[in-house]
Structure formats: C-alpha cells, structure tokens
Design a binder for this molecule. Structure first.
Ligand SMILES: Nc1ncnc2c1ncn2[C@@H]1O[C@H](COP(=O)(O)OP(=O)(O)O)[C@@H](O)[C@H]1O
Ligand SMILES: [Mg+2]
Length: 324
C-alpha cells in the first residue's frame, strides 16, 4: 500500500506529539512504502495530478526521517494519499485540494478533498445545532451585542477559522471591552465570527474524541492551565484520561453516517460538557496522547481502516490479515 503524505516539511515535525509521524511509522512497520511531499510540491500537467516527492525511511529513533532523493511522480502511482497539512486552512490549502481532485479514482485520498474543502471545523458542527451550544455567526457588531445581552451569562467570541485557541475570548454581557473586542475580531465588521454561550464545564476540560470511519475509538481531556480559559495544548493545557459519556456517544452516533458518506475516515471531534464545539477533519491530532492515556495503538486501527477503505473503494474484498 504505497502511501503519499502531503504534509508540512519534515524538519518541522515534532515527533513527540505528531499523529502523522505515527501513521507513517505504522506504514513502515508493515513494509509499505512511505512517501512525502509538501502542498507546494503538488502540481498538474495536462490535467494529471503530480508531485515532486520522495520516499522516506521512518524511524523510531533519531534521525526520525531519512528521505531519499526527489522524484517527479504521478499521484495515481500511489494507493493512498493522506492530506495531513496542518492549519492554517487558507486558500493555499484549498488549492491543494483542487490538485488532489485530479487524482484518478483508483487512488484513495484521505480525508476526501471535497470534504476537506466543504467542512470547516466550527461551521460544519453547526449542521447539528441541537448538539452544540447556542451560537450566533455574524459580522454585525450591533447584532452580536443584542444577542449577547439576551444570553444567560458569559459568552465566548471566536474566529471561524482559528485553531489552537488563537483569538478565543470570553466576555461578560456588560463588559466595557465588548464593543472593542467585537471590532477587533470582526476586523470592523469585515469578517464573520462565532458568538457562543460560555460552557462552564470547560473547567473540567475540552474533550477530544477520535473517530475512525465514524466510530469513536479514543478520547482524552485537555484541561486549561491555571490562569487561561483555553483547553488547547498549544497554550499549555494538560491532558488527562476520561470516560466517554452517554451524551458523547449520542453525539458520535448522530454524526457517524455523515462522516462516513463524506469520506472522512479520520476525524477528531471536540466536546465541552454536553456540547460538541468542533469537528476537525483537516489534520486531527491526539493519537500519541490518547495511546499513552488509554493503552491503545490507534495508528494500527487507523491503518487497518485505511486498508479496508481502499479495498471497498476499489470494489475488492477486504484484505485478509492486512497486518503482518
Ligand atoms: N462555548 C465555549 N465555552 C467555554 N469555553 C470555550 C467555548 N468555546 C471555546 N472555548 C474555549 O476556547 C478553547 C478553544 O476554542 P475552540 O472552539 O476549540 O477553537 P480552536 O479551534 O482555537 O481550538 C476551547 O478549548 C475552550 O477552552
Ligand atoms: Mg479546539
């Protein structure tokens, strides 16, 4: 199963927490060729999706990546292509998905490029409004202020395209900074933002649940560090083991068929208390932390799922004993 990872440059990968590294390592363990390129190395010639890419030996100890020399290859020469570029989700990212649309149907692209394009992590979650906290999406400051005035308590203001907690603010209804915060976040009413009821259960943590082909397979809590409200590991939140609640299962059940039908094999959803706040489809992380907390090897489950998905994609029977 020759696999190409479209990802950030290898020298930027922090192997100690990186999920893509674990996926590559597992491919290598099975004796399957591992290749990589960056999104900027994708191109098209006469409508044929291509890349300047290289085979990579992936190792558990340093040097973790030993790349071979560059080659120009057709994307159709791979069995599987994983789009694992980290955020930001911007026009460069979107353009890479256009190039991935040119991959022949015999190659499986994960997650599906159309889904990567269509499903923004915060806006996609709003397709199930009953599963999330009350949320307003607007760029009009007066509308946001009216909505906040009628909220029962604190609110959270956040960019629709943020990540890692960047720009996520908590405000009180009577906060004298409120108009100013809205001006900054909406860039003077030029961009939409999300305004959301504050969920007090964030004190217990922001739960990451990993779903493989729609099934919840691993979970953990990210607990904000003292003095910060954000449950993002980027800004110092610590990870903790937890259970999957009945409500979490209800949320996973509700979205499963949509994830499957859209070709979203590897997804990380976030829940705070009883609410789903995000559906991360672009490059979910958490494999290493969840493995350590739950005694799992999620990269194996994921790679098994990829093999089964490829077989189904090509209309074959699932391979027997895909794992050596
Ligand atoms: N509705 C909310 N109530 C309480 N805290 C929230 C809420 N929304 C976001 N947060 C806090 O902000 C953090 C980041 O918000 P999130 O929506 O996950 O955006 P990002 O994409 O930046 O991770 C969360 O981990 C949580 O601590
Ligand atoms: Mg988040």
């Amino acid at each position: 199963m020759k696999t190409l990872y479209v990802m950030d440059p290898l020298d930027r990968i922090q192997v100690n927490g990186d999920s893509t590294y674990m996926m590559m390592l597992e491919n290598q363990r099975r004796g399957w060729p591992v290749w990589m390129c960056t999104p900027s190395e994708l191109f098209a010639d006469q409508g044929i999706g291509m890349a300047r890419a290289r085979a990579v030996a992936v190792r558990q100890s340093a040097p973790h990546f030993v790349p071979c020399s560059d080659e120009v290859v057709e994307l159709g020469a791979f069995d599987v292509i994983w789009m694992r570029k980290d955020p930001p989700f911007d026009m460069h990212y979107v353009f890479a998905t256009y190039l991935l649309d040119l991959v022949p149907s015999s190659t499986l692209v994960l997650n599906d490029p159309a889904a990567l394009r269509n499903c923004n992590e915060k806006m996609f979650a709003l397709q199930w409004p009953h599963l999330g906290p009350p949320t307003l999406v607007t760029r009009r400051i007066d509308q946001a202020r009216d909505w906040i005035r009628s909220a029962p308590g604190r609110v959270v203001l956040k960019p629709w395209d943020g990540n890692g907690g960047r720009g996520v603010l908590v405000a009180e209804p009577g906060d004298p900074n409120l108009r100013s915060m809205l001006e900054i976040l909406t860039e003077e009413e030029k961009v939409h933002i999300l305004v959301q009821h504050y969920i007090p259960e964030i004190a217990e943590g922001d739960k990451r649940i990993i779903l493989i082909d729609g099934e919840p397979v691993g979970w953990m809590l990210r607990v904000p560090q003292p003095g910060d409200h954000r449950g993002n590991m980027h800004v110092g939140a610590t990870v903790q083991a937890c259970d999957l609640s009945d409500r979490d299962r209800e949320i996973c059940d509700a979205i499963a068929s949509e994830l499957k039908s859209r070709g979203m094999l590897f997804v990380g959803i976030d829940t705070i208390g009883p609410y789903m706040t995000e559906i991360n489809v672009t490059s979910p992380t958490g494999i290493q932390e969840i493995n350590a907390l739950m005694g799992l090897q999620l990269e194996r489950d994921l790679t098994d799922a990829v093999a089964a998905c490829l077989a189904a994609h090509r209309g074959e029977a699932a391979p027997q004993g895909a794992r050596p």
